[in-house]
Design a protein around this ligand. Structure first.
Ligand SMILES: Cc1cc2nc3c(=O)[nH]c(=O)nc-3n(C[C@H](O)[C@H](O)[C@H](O)COP(=O)(O)OP(=O)(O)OC[C@H]3O[C@@H](n4cnc5c(N)ncnc54)[C@H](O)[C@@H]3O)c2cc1C
Ligand code: SF4
Length: 475
């Protein structure tokens, strides 16, 4: 260990921009064993592990780095999977620069952070390859059942934890595939679909039941679901897209980011997508303008590049330093040819009834700090300019749908933002025995936080069901 003075920071090999622009395959290649051991050995094993404190899951990072460096990979996997249900997913797509790696002590001493995310991915990929990940076989079966609404990372993490305790778990999802935003939101170049399919397959082999194409509130009433199960977890995410409110908003040629990404992901999975084939949701040959500066916007610009767009421009109203998306993804997008117009906001969509021709935008500057703690962008008078476009993608964020209304459950309390109100410890909602996790509680957030919530809600549900256990012969 402590090799950070002799071994420099190395990320896994990245495919060059010209090659990767032409396909949707992941851009990073896995670490080779020797490189992984070398990079893990850079850890300084400091007394106060800031990386662990800044990981939402509290992953025991220094321990598993030491085990990798010593070649004890099976033990490293045991330590890593003890706190994380999807280490290979988090290792790929957590914004590590803002979480664990951003707090790494050797980074603070200018030696370059340990590549924690890539090593976490390496451990779990090795575990899959070596067959160390076996279907769950709980020590005893319990008759009590839990219904989980939503097969995103929050729901899937809870399903795994509850199954380990021997509960009968059914996950319901309105989509035809499981994974939530991991399957239909996040593109392959960040996270291959096979990674998610492998997790689902593992849960199915562990006797978690999945009911796909089932919209709770429409196909099965929420009341009926509550009657079916001893406890319920709502992990439905946030899907109401914010849209523009300016002249020309809603024109043909202006599309919502998630519609665009879902079409692209479905095509990649081999589905027939009429709106893509018609060209409405396909960037090929087009001048594309994406509005927004978060992860969703980054996924849109980079998907458009891969679809063969003529040009791709991202308009964001703050500057690079203040954008919400991961810095790593911005750098990747720039390498792939995306043009960023920082400090620019849309004023109008240009064009006619049948097509758009561009976005009229205005230059912004950063003013006083606003309620979010960031400096608010204000318009610079007389600085309008036009960005040519024949496809405009709105990536302006998401809000919760009307969950109580959709479930016909007005007694399900929500916050001012429309997210579900929960007890801070147990994540129980205002309805007894009904818990909530992930984006529907936090608002649009991160995969790692959905996993944190899924685990916490599962623990609270298990403890509740333990207390209310009925004496049944099968148990
Ligand atoms: C384009 C995009 C890129 C992102 N990139 C990153 C990233 O790089 N890193 C990162 O950490 N996070 C990223 N995120 C955020 C991350 O994907 C989410 O925070 C996370 O998926 C939330 O998990 P969840 O389980 O709460 O909800 P979701 O993943 O949204 O899953 C919710 C599931 O519930 C289902 N559902 C909803 N209502 C019902 C109903 N009534 N009945 C049945 N099923 C229902 C939905 O179909 C869905 O499958 C990104 C998000 C987007 C949109
Ligand atoms: S889960 Fe995310 S934050 Fe935690 S160690 Fe892994 S990559 Fe870092």
């Amino acid at each position: 260990m402590l090799q950070f003075t002799t071994a420099g920071r190395k990320t896994p090999p990245k495919r060059d921009a010209d090659t990767r622009r032409r396909d949707f395959a992941e851009i990073y290649q896995p670490f080779a064993k020797e490189r992984a051991e070398e990079q893990a050995s850079r850890c300084s094993q400091c007394g106060v592990p800031f990386c662990q404190n800044h990981c939402p899951l509290g992953n025991d990072i220094p321990d598993w780095l030491r085990l990798i460096a010593e070649g004890r990979l099976e033990e490293a996997y045991a330590a890593s999977s003890a706190t994380n249900n999807m280490p290979e997913v988090c290792g790929r797509i957590c914004p590590q620069d803002r979480l664990c790696e951003g707090a790494c002590v050797i980074e603070q001493s200018t030696h370059g952070t340990v590549t924690i995310g890539a090593l976490e991915q390496y451990i779990t990929e090795t575990a899959w390859d070596e067959g160390w990940i076996k279907p769950i076989c709980p020590p005893r079966e319990r008759s009590q059942s839990v219904g989980i609404i939503g097969a995103g990372p929050g729901g899937l993490a809870a399903a795994e934890e509850l199954r380990r305790e021997g509960f009968q778990v059914t996950v319901y999802d309105r989509y035809d595939r499981t994974g939530g935003l991991l399957i239909y939101g996040i593109p392959n170049f960040k996270l291959e679909k096979s990674v998610i399919e492998r997790r689902t397959d593992y849960l199915e082999k562990s006797d978690v039941a999945f009911e796909r194409n089932v919209d709770i509130g429409a196909d099965i009433s929420f009341a009926e679901l509550r009657a079916r199960h001893d406890a319920i977890l709502i992990a439905t995410g946030v899907y109401k897209a914010r849209s523009l409110a300016c002249p020309g908003a809603g024109s043909k040629g202006v599309v919502a980011a998630l519609d665009y990404l879902t079409a692209s992901n479905r095509k990649g999975l081999g589905d027939v997508v009429a709106a893509f084939d018609r060209g409405d949701l396909n960037a090929e040959g087009k001048k594309v303008v994406v509005l927004g500066g978060g992860d969703t916007a980054m996924d849109c610009v980079r998907s458009a590049v891969r679809q063969g767009a003529r040009s791709v421009t991202c308009l964001y109203r703050r500057d690079r330093k203040n954008m919400p998306g991961s810095m790593r993804e911005v750098a990747n997008a720039e390498e792939e040819g995306v043009v960023f117009e920082w400090l620019a906001a849309p004023k109008a969509i240009l064009g006619d009834a049948n097509s758009v021709s561009g976005v009229r935008a205005i230059r912004m500057e950063l003013g006083a700090t606003d309620a979010s703690g960031r400096r608010a962008p204000v318009e610079r008078a007389g600085s309008e300019f036009d960005a040519p476009a024949d496809l405009v993608i709105e990536a302006l964020g998401f809000e919760p749908e009307d969950q109580p209304g959709m479930f016909g459950a007005p007694e399900l309390k929500v916050t001012e933002r429309g997210t579900l109100k929960v007890d801070g410890e147990s994540l129980e909602t205002s309805l007894p025995g009904v818990y909530a996790a992930g984006d529907i509680v936090r608002g649009a957030s991160l995969v790692v936080w959905a996993i944190v919530d899924g685990r916490r809600a599962a623990a609270a549900i298990a403890s509740r069901l333990e207390k209310t256990r009925r004496p049944i012969a099968a148990e």
